[in-house]
Design a protein around this ligand. Structure first.
Ligand SMILES: [Zn+2]
Ligand SMILES: [Zn+2]
Length: 423
């Protein structure tokens, strides 16, 4: 069996807020530089994107499609929104299955061929949606399960219950950027599901595409093999989940979605979810939602692979050159130098010996070394704002900064409590 670095959820330009550069040739080129081997087609039920897919991918016989420029493997996949306001990750075996599903969905949405309908909104609930996908021999599971927008745990206490009669046929769930295995396994029900870590990217550049991915063992790249990997837990086909530290995720902490002030759960409740600073809505964080449903035990099932936290290389370079804009030319040039020399970004981040990296750029090499040693702290994300990594030079600096960040938060909460008291 071979291992495939797989990013199985992102979006086409026919979804809201997605880069026009999201075209198959560019996606395939960037995926190769990142070190990915297997991708979802994204948005495969949208007629406009489907045309682009047919023009730019070559169909193999086994439900896998290859990019014309560099033979990256693609599988047909999409995300949909159901009438329960949940997002679902979906995979389908071939174009016939897409037509079957499109026909059934077309009675329940007008968005399949709209220019903004990449992630169609259906007037079908989670159970009905799952039934149609499973009838077409496809696969379905909840997307970014914990996010306060459209995550299954935003509205339900149980995945199984959310899918009704089809609950027993759900085998996997997507963690989303604000959670990882360690957090997700605190909820007892989740210990029965396989976990996917996908980028949900809206741009093809490698600080987004592949910022989360799964390492999956397949006999060959095929839909049947992917199905085995996503349904047969005992085969342990998912050998590694990789992704951002949850503290970098946009919805990790409970925070105001306008001014991003963080709150403790009980204080947000007391304030009736209205920010004391600006009056706007406070959004419950993934961390607090998981705490609510946790049984207090830290245990993972036997089939669960390791979860590796990753920082995009461009973010590491950014912290070295201290430029605010991650798309700046200087960062791109340095990124390219590393990736061209060592093959892929994933290789630079995980495998390449540090002494080789130091030869290219001493400061960046040292920063990657610190990242590998886990000397990274975060100004934590929440309320829709990404967290910010702080890479420390050594243990001593790590402890000092950790203390400072803790103190800053304590101070903030203290001031808040005073205001609450006056309130
Ligand atoms: Zn979504
Ligand atoms: Zn606010």
């Amino acid at each position: 069996m071979k291992e495939f670095n797989s990013d199985l959820h992102y979006h086409s330009p026919y979804s809201v807020g997605v880069s026009k550069n999201m075209r198959i040739p560019i996606i395939a080129e960037q995926a190769k530089l990142k070190g990915l081997h297997f991708l979802s087609s994204a948005d495969c039920l949208n007629g406009n994107w489907l045309k682009h897919l047919k023009e730019n991918l070559v169909e193999e016989e086994n439900g896998v499609f290859k990019s014309k420029n560099n033979s990256i493997n693609f599988v047909l996949g999409t995300e949909v929104q159901c009438s329960d306001r949940l997002h679902h990750v979906i995979f389908l075996p071939d174009f016939n299955a897409i037509e079957e599903v499109r026909k059934k969905f077309s009675n329940h949405t007008r968005e399949l061929d709209s220019v903004m309908g990449g992630r169609p909104r259906l007037r079908l609930n989670a159970e009905q949606t799952a039934e149609i996908i499973l009838d077409a021999k496809g696969l379905i599971g909840p997307a970014h399960a914990f996010t306060p927008y459209f995550g299954v745990y935003a509205y339900f206490d149980s995945i199984k219950k959310a899918y009704g009669e089809q609950g027993k046929n759900i085998s996997f769930m997507e963690l989303g950027l604000s959670a990882d295995t360690f957090l997700a396994d605190k909820i007892p029900e989740n210990r029965g599901y396989l976990f996917l870590s996908n980028s949900d990217s809206h741009s093809p550049w490698p600080f987004r595409l592949g910022r989360e991915f799964n390492r999956i063992k397949l006999k060959e790249p095929s839909f049947k093999e992917l199905k085995n990997a996503l349904t047969k837990k005992e085969e342990k086909r998912i050998s590694l989940n990789v992704g951002l530290d949850p503290r970098e995720g946009k919805y990790h902490r409970t925070a105001c979605q306008s001014c991003y002030t963080k709150y403790k759960l009980n204080e947000a409740v007391k304030l009736n979810w209205k920010c004391i600073e600006c009056g706007k809505e406070i959004k419950r964080g993934v961390l607090e939602r998981i705490e609510m449903l946790s049984d207090g035990k830290d245990k993972s099932p036997e089939f669960r692979p390791e979860y590796l936290h990753l920082l995009p290389l461009q973010e590491i370079i950014q912290s070295s050159v201290k430029i605010k804009l991650i798309t700046s030319g200087k960062i791109q040039v340095l990124w390219k130098t590393f990736v061209e020399k060592f093959g892929t970004e994933i290789n630079v981040l995980i495998d390449e010996p540090i002494e080789n990296l130091l030869k290219v750029d001493k400061d960046i090499g040292e920063k990657i070394d610190c990242f590998r040693k886990g000397l990274v702290l975060f100004e934590e994300g929440g309320g829709g704002k990404y967290g910010k990594p702080v890479i420390c030079k050594n243990e001593k600096e790590f402890e000092k900064k950790k203390f400072e960040l803790g103190e800053k938060e304590k101070k903030q909460f203290k001031a808040q409590q005073k205001k609450l008291f006056d309130f």
